[in-house]
Every structure is written in C-alpha cells, then in structure tokens.
Design a protein around this ligand. Structure first.
Ligand code: KIV
Length: 262
C-alpha cells in the first residue's frame, strides 16, 4: 500500500487543523532518519549551499548539486513527500527553462515536488510547472535567493506584497506556500486567506505547518543561527566529545582493542 504523503494529504491536514512538519535533508542517512520519524515533508533546500558547502548565500548552488543531493534523499524515503528546491536563477529565467529544469529535477531525483522562490512575479512559471504535472510550493516573504535585492536577510513586513504573492501562488496552482521571516500576524492573515497549506519558518505559530533546517535544530552547524531556530539537541558538542575520546584513545594506544581486531 502506498503510504507516501501526497499533495492531498497536506491539503486535508490543513482542512482538519492538523499541523504539518517539514525538515531539511541533504543526504541519505539524515533523510532515512527523518522518514522513519514520520515527518510529512523533507525539503532538499538550497540552504545546502550554506549548511553543507560553507558558502555565505544560497546563490552559488547549481542545478546539478540539487539533483545530486535530491537523489540521495529521495532514495532514502518511503513515507515523506520529498521536495527539491529550484536553485537560483532557474525560477527567474524563461518559463520554458524553469519547467525543463523542474522536470529534470523530478526525473533524476524521483522527488515528489519542487519549491520555487517567488509569488506574484513567478505566477506564470508556477502555472506552467503545475500544468506540466509538477507539484510546486511557492516560497514567499524572505526569499534568500534575492538576498541582495532585498538588502539582506531581513524580516519582511509588507502585508500587501505578501498577500499579493500568496494569492498569485495559490491562483497559479501552487499546492502549498512556504512563508519565511514575516511577523506572525501577517503569516496568519495569509494562512486564513488561502485554501492551500502554509508552512512557516520564522513566521510564527499560526501557519499550517513549520519547517526548520535540520542541522540548525540538531546543533550540527558551524554558522549563524537565526532567532527563530529552536535547538533541540547539541549534536556538535556530543560529537566533539566522541572525537576527542577517539583521538586520545589512538594517541594512548587504547584503540583498537583485541575484540576490534581480526
Ligand atoms: O533552502 C531551504 O532550506 C529553505 C528553508 C529555509 C525553508 O528554503
């Protein structure tokens, strides 16, 4: 029986007032663990540029890199919907190029959906992808691929723009809307006005679901941690203790033991 989370699962969760969980993954073991934990959605975000590659923005991430990571993640899952980001500038070029790139991502990774930054300005591209049978999430509010145009990673407070983007995304067929870094009351207005689920990050508690970067919430990162992150565990310090123990055991001749040898 197919127990995979689908577009319909998420839409019925919104109707029934059930909150949706989404986390990021960029590799097989992380995706396998998230899938076993029954999160509804796993996002192969272009945040991998910062989280995995140590870059300062998501802008340098390529289509091939998204496909490379997306394929590993999709292969690890049976339950979660896997969503792969369209990297910059795929969603900003011609519509034909956007659809072709999104289709390539779906074909080569076997993911179930793609995410694209933008709303009103990307409405035709969203419509074209949906018409091509590509389930699409729109990403509005703070759009990290436009960080330079937006003047930095800032909270987005323009209610009219947010509502315009959300309605355009919904009307164009986006099956969900990700809202990043907006005040909770604005995210609530959007959530109340659209029939499709909203997934928030730094957008307060009123969205239909929440997403975090997994490395941030596990304490497994090396960069800046935004205010909206809750760190559930400090994996980095646990790992550091283990690595220090290994280093000392090797130096002291305590590793390997007889039962760890052939
Ligand atoms: O790329 C990403 O991981 C994202 C999240 C910040 C939602 O878009």
């Amino acid at each position: 029986m197919n127990t995979r989370v689908t577009v319909k699962t998420l839409q019925s969760m919104k109707r029934n007032g059930q909150k949706i969980t989404m986390l990021t993954a960029y590799d097989y073991p992380t995706a396998k663990m998230l899938d076993a934990m029954q999160v509804e959605c796993i996002l192969v975000g272009d945040s991998l540029g910062m989280v995995v590659q140590g870059k300062t923005t998501t802008i340098p991430v390529t289509l091939d890199e998204m496909i490379y990571h997306g394929e590993m993640v999709a292969r690890a899952t049976e339950h979660a919907m896997v969503i792969v980001d369209l990297p910059f500038p795929v969603g900003q070029l011609s519509i034909a190029h956007t659809v072709e790139s999104a289709a390539t991502i779906m074909k080569r990774t076997q993911c179930q959906a793609v995410k694209m930054e933008g709303g009103h300005q990307q409405a035709s591209a969203i419509r074209a992808m949906v018409d091509a049978g590509i389930p699409t999430i729109a990403h509005i509010g703070l759009r990290p691929q436009s960080v330079h145009a937006l003047g930095g990673y800032r909270v987005q407070r323009d209610a009219d723009q947010l509502m315009l983007d959300a309605k355009a995304a919904e009307d164009s067929g986006a099956f969900a809307i990700l809202i990043e870094c907006v005040p909770p009351e604005l995210a609530k207005q959007v959530t109340d006005h659209v029939a499709v689920p909203t997934i928030g990050i730094g957008a307060g508690a009123f969205c239909d679901g929440q997403v975090l970067v997994t490395n941030d919430m596990l304490g497994w990162n090396s960069g800046y941690i935004p205010k909206f992150v809750r760190k559930y565990v400090d994996i980095k310090s646990i790992a550091e203790q283990a690595v220090a123990k290994f280093r000392d055991d090797v130096r002291d001749g305590n590793f390997p033991a007889a039962n760890e040898s052939f």
